[in-house]
Design a protein around this ligand. Structure first.
Ligand code: NAD
Length: 358
């Protein structure tokens, strides 16, 4: 089967990383028909926008996209392309696996957990009122003295629909990937209505999976301590947008940082795969940065496309190359100035060679 996939090259170091990842994915033997499209600051001048219509049209048609990082233009009036894509395509689930690989320097070993973050609501809904505004005054008036007069206000909407759908994504991910437990993380002892509703929906969805996937709950503060003390005990963690944002960076840190942190943004029938890191523009065109995070995002894409055997081979090759520590980029060497570090393209070559050697 030939998979039709939208390939967004991105900007900064994006095109180099995307090219390395494309070659590795093709090296698995899986067949792709790439629809290569441009988004980001490089196309902004000619297209008049960092997100031309043909990009969304292509993803809507193919339903699967692999994306290089994109710089958020500052002072141009354009919002982040990354946020716009998630919003326009209703990619409500952000999946971030955090796994220890031998050879990646980190304080922890044997971490293998997955953060499932809600992507569309919570304090990120963009409903905010500035200090001294009429809207803020109205809300302050309704709060019976609980809010100081000189407050700015951000609203935290948590819906039944959003909560059910993100928790269901977490359980489906667990079933499809042979995971044992889903942990819902919130702060329902304080936010009784919003986080309380999140737990209520999580418990309801968990019942559908009883006997197949375990379910438990942690308060977010206690969860942070658990993760720092014994991260190897956790499996799939599901949470609202803000807690998910913070805990995914915490967990990326547990396994060695941004260079190895892949990601997927998933909606009802569309998925977009991208690294957690940004466009690292200072390294543009230097063939220097680490392609692992985007290649592992490609691995997640293979799994999404049900190419499980190729996905397993790809992950093994990445893991072997990192463990060997020879053909890796500067950031994976014990000394960042190590002259034996290889470039983005050469690390991809080593992964392809390893896959082909079996
Ligand atoms: P960044 O992730 O680009 O860089 C942060 C640090 O990590 C830098 O020191 C960089 O050198 C290093 N780094 C990043 N990726 C690396 C890699 N693959 N290998 C080795 N080192 C790597 O974050 P930033 O500088 O805050 O953001 C740059 C731009 O990217 C901003 O415009 C930001 O909005 C955007 N961004 C885009 C995405 C996305 O496309 N999804 C995500 C985050 C940030």
């Amino acid at each position: 089967m030939i998979h039709q996939v939208t390939l967004i090259r991105g900007d900064g170091t994006g095109p180099e990383l995307v090219e390395a990842t494309r070659r590795v994915l093709e090296g698995t033997g899986v067949q792709f028909e790439w629809d290569v499209v441009e988004a980001g600051v490089d196309i902004m001048e000619t297209a008049g926008t960092p997100l031309p219509d043909n990009v969304l049209a292509s993803i809507r048609k193919n339903k699967v996209a692999l994306k290089g990082p994109i710089t958020t233009p500052i002072g141009t009036g354009f919002r982040s392309v990354n946020v716009a894509l998630r919003k326009e395509l209703d990619l409500y689930a952000c999946i971030r696996p955090c796994k220890s690989y031998v050879g990646v320097r980190s304080r922890y070993e044997n971490v293998d957990l997955v953060i499932v973050r809600e992507n569309t609501e919570d304090l990120y809904a963009g409903v905010e009122y500035p200090v001294d505004s009429a809207e803020a005054a109205q809300i302050i008036g309704m709060a019976n003295g609980k809010i100081r007069q000189d407050s700015a206000i951000s609203i935290k909407p948590i819906s039944r629909t959003g909560s059910r759908q993100i928790v269901r994504s977490a359980f489906e991910y667990a079933v499809e990937n042979g995971r044992k437990k889903v942990t819902a993380v919130a702060k329902a002892n304080i936010m009784k209505y919003t986080d309380g509703l999140f737990y209520e929906m999580a418990r309801e969805v968990a019942k559908e999976y009883e006997g197949r996937v375990e379910y438990d709950e942690w308060l977010v503060d206690a969860m942070c301590m658990q993760l720092v003390q014994k991260p190897e005990n956790y499996d799939v963690l599901v949470m609202e947008n803000l807690y998910g944002d913070i805990l995914s960076d915490l967990c990326a840190g547990l396994v060695g940082g941004l260079g190895v942190a892949p990601g997927a943004n998933i909606g009802a029938d569309t998925a977009l795969f991208e690294a957690t890191h940004g466009s690292a523009p200072k390294y543009k065109n230097l063939n220097k940065v680490n392609p692992t995070a985007l290649i592992l995002s490609g691995y997640l894409m293979l799994k999404y496309l049900k190419e499980d055997e190729a996905a397993a081979r790809l992950e093994r090759a990445v893991s072997d190359v990192i463990a060997e520590g020879k053909y890796v980029t500067y950031d994976m060497k014990p000394d960042r100035n190590d002259p034996t570090a290889v470039g983005t393209a050469e690390m991809a070559d080593a992964i392809i060679a390893r896959m082909q050697a079996g």
